[in-house]
Design a protein around this ligand. Structure first.
Ligand code: LRH
Ligand code: MN
Ligand code: MN
Length: 435
């Protein structure tokens, strides 16, 4: 582990304490899986290949539109965010990349940022642009939209910001730009629904034209908020149409929280994969809307079913010798938990769904589907989902130098206390976050 932030002796000691229990659980699970014809070692090796990127903006306390209750020792800039992301990856060994958001993560010195990341062994996944709020010193407001605004000047400014993001991302080694716009209407009649999408597409063509040869652009749809009547890119259909219009480097990004309640998200995943337009994910969980709760905290079965589709798509790609490589990223907002703890446990939950999906007996499932044995088809999925693969995940972490129990190891390290000392709250801000 490069430049470990947490004392490696402490992690080793923690693992030693867990060793006997973990070994016993691992052997018991291994025996059970062997009776099902599954080699636990293969699954553990597979778990070790899993990676999901951490959102830089998740390292601080998010807040809602009503209030933000600041946490202790929150990172104050992108460099401190990288330090927290290094902790997350050191203990979970499942988050080797960070997804940045500009201009929130702005820096005058991208070379220094890259060097720090390299030092921690961290890479950069997709960079995100932000034209959903005005930035200090900018000439034109996004109050009435950005890429789809009526104002040509606002549109040009938004396009330029996205191009700036690509240039910054290139210096950092990113290979994709994620574009989410809040553009839309709050009232019927506010916008011409078709005209708004036409303007969006014109702007996106300019951004697409600025993509380096080996880059992709991910279009992120969202049903509503901040536009409460009609969002320009509201659904996967519009996202798919836009990605198709733009060309092969444009793909769709699925943020799990961006759909109406009860939407069959795994089917959206299957459709996008079928047509080669599944670019990536923002993993999180939700009960009502874009709640940005920890992955797997509300509906872990849905997460499993998404990964079941991904496993199916990966199997098809393998037999067709095609590429299937969607980007996995978290996108969460932490309000009442320590963000590092939430991000670590969320990464593990996504990894859990990945391993459980690999446990699905696909040949059996296919046979049950072909013979219309509905009950057994459903039970085949449930059997994989009900299998507690925790010992596999822990073993994969320990073998890679991570922690058997990342949250427990993190707590015993005292990292948050030391961060609170090293990162005093900014003068003028009260510790409650009420200024
Ligand atoms: C929009 C969104 C998008 C943004 C992030 C902060 O709701 O999911 O991905 O970039 O939140
Ligand atoms: Mn998102
Ligand atoms: Mn969102």
């Amino acid at each position: 582990i490069k430049n470990p932030v947490i004392d490696t002796n402490l992690v080793a000691e923690h693992n030693a304490q867990q060793q006997a229990d973990l070994q016993a659980d691992y052997e018991a699970l291994g025996g059970m899986l062997a009776r099902r014809g599954v080699d636990i070692e293969k699954l553990t090796a597979l778990a070790g290949t899993f990676a999901v990127a951490v959102p830089s903006w998740g390292a601080g306390t998010g807040g809602t539109r009503f209030a933000r209750f600041a946490g202790r020792g929150e990172p104050r800039n992108v460099f401190e965010k990288m330090e927290d992301c290094a902790v997350i990856n050191q203990l979970t060994r499942a988050t080797p990349a960070v997804s940045l958001h500009f201009p929130w993560d702005r820096t005058d010195d991208p070379a220094a940022l890259k060097e720090i990341a390299d030092g921690y062994g961290l890479g950069f996944d997709a960079v995100n642009s932000n034209t959903f709020q005005d930035q200090q010193g900018q000439d034109h407001t996004y109050k009435y939209g950005s890429l789809s605004a009526q104002s040509g000047a606002a549109r040009a400014q938004a396009v330029q910001h996205n191009i700036d993001c690509i240039e910054l991302g290139q210096k950092l080694g990113s290979k994709a730009l994620t574009v989410w716009v809040g553009d839309g209407a709050n009232f019927p009649g506010q916008n011409n629904l078709r005209g708004s999408l036409e303007r969006y597409l014109d702007s996106m063509r300019d951004i697409y034209g600025a993509l380096p040869a080996d880059w992709n652009v991910f279009i992120e749809h969202k049903l509503f908020e901040p536009a409460f009547y009609a969002t320009v890119i509201a659904d996967w259909g519009t996202s798919f149409a836009a990605a198709t219009e733009l060309g092969p480097k444009a793909k769709c990004l699925v943020d799990l929280g961006h759909h109406a309640p009860n939407t069959n998200i795994e089917m959206i995943v299957a459709r996008l994969a079928q047509f080669g337009k599944l670019g990536g994910f923002h993993f999180n969980d939700s009960k009502y809307g874009d709640d940005d709760l920890d992955s797997g905290s509300i509906n872990p079965f849905q997460l499993f079913l998404v990964f079941n589709e991904l496993a199916d798509a990966a199997e098809r790609a393998k037999s067709g010798a095609t590429d299937f490589n969607p980007a996995y990223m978290l996108d969460q907002s932490h309000n009442v938990t320590d963000p590092i703890e939430s991000l670590m446990s969320s990464a593990v939950e996504v990894q859990r769904a990945f391993v459980q999906a690999a446990l699905v007996d696909r040949n059996a499932l296919r046979a049950f589907q072909e013979s219309n044995d509905v009950l057994n088809a459903a039970q085949t999925l449930k059997k994989a989902y009900r299998t507690d693969v925790s010992a596999i995940l822990a073993m994969a972490r320990v073998r890679a130098g991570g922690a058997a129990d990342p949250v427990a190891a993190y707590r015993s390290s005292g990292y948050r206390d030391s961060a609170a000392e090293r990162r005093p709250a900014k003068a003028g801000a009260s510790s409650s976050g009420i200024v």
